[in-house]
Design a protein around this ligand. Structure first.
Ligand code: PXP
Length: 238
């Protein structure tokens, strides 16, 4: 059964709308964990749009499952990760104007920079995952850099609405999972997954963990955070 990592960036997005705010990120993380989340994911962006340094520091102390820190390969952020010591760091591309992460990291095209970040993180005993497109070339490049985890970007699958495209994107993800396993990698997936499209991804043999944020936080507006996490967990288990 794939695990569920809950990304709580958008709880922080809401909190950032007021100062002071009554929204407690640590309590939100606790609710996610008590509803069955297997890890808590936060993205410390260079522009500090939602998650702040103090959040990561506090979450490090309070998270009981695993803390997965999404981050760019920027040197300053890598240094901070070394101090915060999350259980895992997931390297993602980052652009200033984007609404959310757009596409996977081009590990093949920027090997040197990624390798430098990976080596620095590994020295701190942090597990490193690379967020990449479901593309054989990228998976092989990730493997060559010595990471043992990759997260496949499911955005193209999640954003395709005609049947042929959905099938085609699913096929790419399935083949990428097989390739990752052949290379001995742990394969996770995420981005754009919701209550309607998650089952097909969760059903892929050997999928280790799904990282989901936006759809859970949106659903929580109607049903509460615990219930939203429980419902997503139930769909993945099904
Ligand atoms: N995985 C990664 C690497 C991401 O960057 C994000 C978005 O922050 C997610 C998963 C979660 O995506 P979503 O919020 O669309 O569920």
């Amino acid at each position: 059964m794939p695990k569920l990592g809950v990304n709580i960036d958008h709880v922080a997005t809401l909190r950032q709308q007021r100062h002071p705010s009554t929204l407690d990120l640590l309590l939100a993380a606790h609710y996610c964990e008590s509803a069955g989340a297997d890890s808590i994911v936060v993205h410390l962006r260079e522009d500090r749009r939602h998650i702040q340094d103090a959040d990561v520091r506090s979450l490090r102390k309070s998270v009981k499952t695993r803390l997965n820190l999404e981050m760019s390969v920027a040197s300053g952020i890598v240094s901070l990760a070394g101090r915060f010591k999350p259980d895992q760091a997931t390297l993602v591309p980052e652009k200033r104007q984007e609404l959310t992460t757009e596409g996977g990291l081009d590990v093949f095209g920027m090997k040197k920079r990624v390798e430098c970040a990976v080596e620095r993180l590994k020295k701190h005993n942090i597990d490193v995952s690379l967020f990449i497109e479901p593309d054989i070339k990228q998976i092989r490049a990730a493997h060559q850099l010595g990471v043992n985890i990759v997260e496949l970007h499911t955005g193209a699958y999640a954003n395709s609405f005609d049947r042929r495209k959905i099938k085609g994107n699913l096929k790419k993800i399935r083949e990428a999972v097989i390739c990752g396993h052949e290379l001995g990698l742990v394969v996770n997936s995420g981005h754009g997954l919701d209550y309607n499209n998650v089952c097909a991804i969760a059903a892929i043999p050997g999928m280790y963990e799904l990282n989901i944020g936006y759809s859970i936080v949106c659903h929580a507006v109607y049903v509460g955070l615990k219930q939203a996490v429980k419902q997503m967990k139930a769909l993945i288990d099904k």
